[in-house]
Design a protein around this ligand. Sequence first.
Ligand code: IMP
Ligand code: MG
Length: 178
Amino acid sequence: MILDDKNFTKYLNRHEIDAAVQNIANRINADYEGQSVVLVGVLKGAIVFMADLVRHLKMDVEVEFVRLSSYGKARTSSGTVTILKDIQADIRGKHVLIVEEIIDSGRTLKFLYERLKQSGPVSVEIVTLLDKSSKRVVDVPVKYVGRTIEDQFLVGYGLDLEERCRNLPDVYYLKYPN
Ligand code: IMP
Ligand code: MG
């Protein structure tokens, strides 16, 4: 198993992740009390965070997903974003929350944010569990952040290394990513 490799070190344990998810949920519950919200999860990485987050939310929610391609199997952003799967819901007149597990350059999010805004929602905000804010190359308004983190390649809790490791309940970093 890949985790036998001593290059993997635990970065956030499941209790720290839970606390970050709960904290985000509390803020969203306060900000959208009595309203309904469309959550747009970014496949595939956001699935685990989305599953945990929705169970803490108290308002009416719809759950949608998009799949975007920008990285492929590379570990750094290619900068080009294409839509592989779009949302099905009509978001006109609705509050939208984009749900990401991690933001790096911000290119993926910027693209999705601008595109969703064109469909006439009342509001679009961005939620991310992890934010590598020092890596940002495009300006994108991120309202809800679980943790601001250093520039490290992370796996687990939805985050993958070439499609592996998404199932790990904790988050690990690669000591020697190359
Ligand atoms: P951005 O467009 O550069 O912000 O890239 C965001 C996407 O890259 C995320 O949704 C992840 O799928 C992926 N990504 C960024 N950093 C990591 C990481 O450390 N591990 C795994 N995937 C990552
Ligand atoms: Mg990924």
